[in-house]
Design a protein around this ligand. Structure first.
Ligand code: F0G
Length: 434
């Protein structure tokens, strides 16, 4: 069986060619996913091969994504790949953060160590390779910032024209700056993420532009490598929990698919539980799953959060995310602006640092341990999705007591660390140092 695209909707499961340019099932409108026959794969041989590649200087072996390509063999020719040596992100322990989160220990998988500073690079190298394989010239995305930064870099590195659509305001300057620096044509649209996604889908169709949002199944294939690399780094010991922030819900969909496939191939012996954390003002998936995901999915028309990366009210991948939460016995939590801000400062104070959306993980963990959902002794990996320098404005405002939640409520700098303005006077400074 050749790799192919399949409709994700259980009652449909229509199959399509892997080179069809599709984002939704033409039969039922459902989401699509890549499907393979993993029948011949030997887990011991794969583990050995992947370890050997770490010592190999070939670009594809050095990529922390393509090193694991046997689990996403959708390309006919790896010559289409553009790699910036993405992945290879560390597992870091954070004792201070663990204590804050009510855990004996915590491990962070820090995707902010990626070439453009977020986990999007893992997926983008996959989507960009497919764009080149299809002979596309122009690629587009709507983004809260990280997808656009990543797409811009991979597109120009691979000779494609990037077109970026972002909400006017509500995007951090670090991310906007990256898009401009990498040379993407950038449109700041007077609308929110969900509205712009609808717009970009129309434009993509009309102008024959390839869409690189996470609705693109090849983005999801690349993002599976985050959990594959995580397990490789842990010598295939499965944690009890993997915790991640949720926005458009592409990442949790990728994690779940990757984990299920690793289980099927025999690389792992059980599934970890997945916990998705949303920002309280942008938490449609939390609301939906609160009563078991049985009702209608209700989008939020005015999502709000200072964690702008996850300011999304109508996440496209919710059906996939629902399946992955259910399959892994997972949970969905939400955190307030204050909780996210404080958790972020604690991660910073652990010498690690991350952007606001990423800190939703620790804020959520603190609530889940307090509620007895996660045990104090559990083996927990929290995925930090973006680099600390993505949103310096937020950091400065928090530490100087100027940060305000979307409604205008002040955020307390519980762990504030304001700079001290002082005259050029050694005695005075010595007295201040004490
Ligand atoms: N964390 C960060 C730093 C993000 O940039 C995003 C999404 C998420 C978490 C949520 O991941 O959407 O897969 O559930 N950012 C997208 C963007 C939407 O446009 O950069 P998700």
């Amino acid at each position: 069986m050749h790799p192919h695209l399949v409709c994700f909707t259980p009652s449909c499961r229509a199959a399509f060619d892997i080179t069809d340019v599709l984002y939704n099932c033409p039969k039922c409108g459902g989401l699509l996913e890549a499907a393979y026959d993993f029948g011949g794969l030997d887990p011991a041989a794969l583990r050995k091969l992947w370890r050997e590649r770490r010592m190999d200087n070939a670009p594809l072996a050095q990529s922390g994504v393509w090193r694991y390509r046997e689990l996403f063999p959708f390309l006919d020719d790896t010559g289409h790949v553009i790699t910036l040596r993405e992945g290879n992100t560390p597992l870091l322990s954070g004792p201070r953060a663990a204590a804050y989160g009510g855990l004996d220990r915590i491990t962070f998988k820090h995707q902010g160590f990626n070439p453009t500073g977020s986990f999007k690079d893992n997926g983008m190298t996959g989507g960009a390779a497919q764009a080149r394989r299809l002979g596309m010239k122009r690629v587009a995305c709507v983004s809260t910032g990280n997808t656009s930064a990543s797409m811009a870099a991979y597109a120009v590195a691979g000779g494609l024209d990037p077109l970026i659509f972002i909400p006017n305001g509500n995007i951090s300057y670090g991310k906007l700056a990256q898009a401009l620096e990498y040379g993407a044509k950038t449109f700041q649209v007077e609308a929110n993420f969900d509205q712009i996604l609808a717009l970009v889908r129309v434009l993509a169709e009309k102008l024959g532009i390839y869409l690189l949002n996470s609705i693109n199944p090849f983005r999801i294939e690349g993002q599976k490598s985050i959990v594959i690399e995580m397990m490789d780094q842990r010598d295939w010991r499965v944690p009890d929990w993997i915790v991640l922030p949720g926005g458009n819900l592409g990442n949790v969909s990728a994690f779940g698919k990757g984990l299920r496939e690793m289980l099927a191939v025999g690389l792992i012996d059980r599934l970890p539980r997945l916990a998705v954390v949303q920002a309280e003002g942008s938490s449609p998936f939390y609301e939906f799953m609160r009563d078991g995901g049985r009702g209608e999915f209700a989008a939020q028309t005015h999502p709000e959060t200072l964690a702008t990366a996850i300011r999304i009210g109508d996440p496209v991948s919710w059906p996939k995310a629902k399946l992955e939460i259910e399959t892994t016995g997972g949970v969905v939590e939400r955190a307030t602006e204050q909780e996210i801000a404080d958790a972020k400062a604690v991660i910073g104070h652990s010498g690690i640092g991350c952007e606001p959306a990423s800190a939703a993980t620790l804020a959520g963990i603190r609530k889940l341990t307090a509620a007895g959902v996660i045990d104090r002794g559990a083996d927990v990996v929290a995925v930090l999705t973006g680099n600390v320098l993505k949103d310096p404005d937020y950091i400065y405002k928090y530490h100087t007591g100027q940060l305000q939640a979307p409604g205008g409520a002040a955020i307390r700098p519980s762990f504030g660390n304001a700079p001290v303005v002082v005259a050029n006077d050694p005695d005075r400074i010595a007295a201040l140092i004490g």
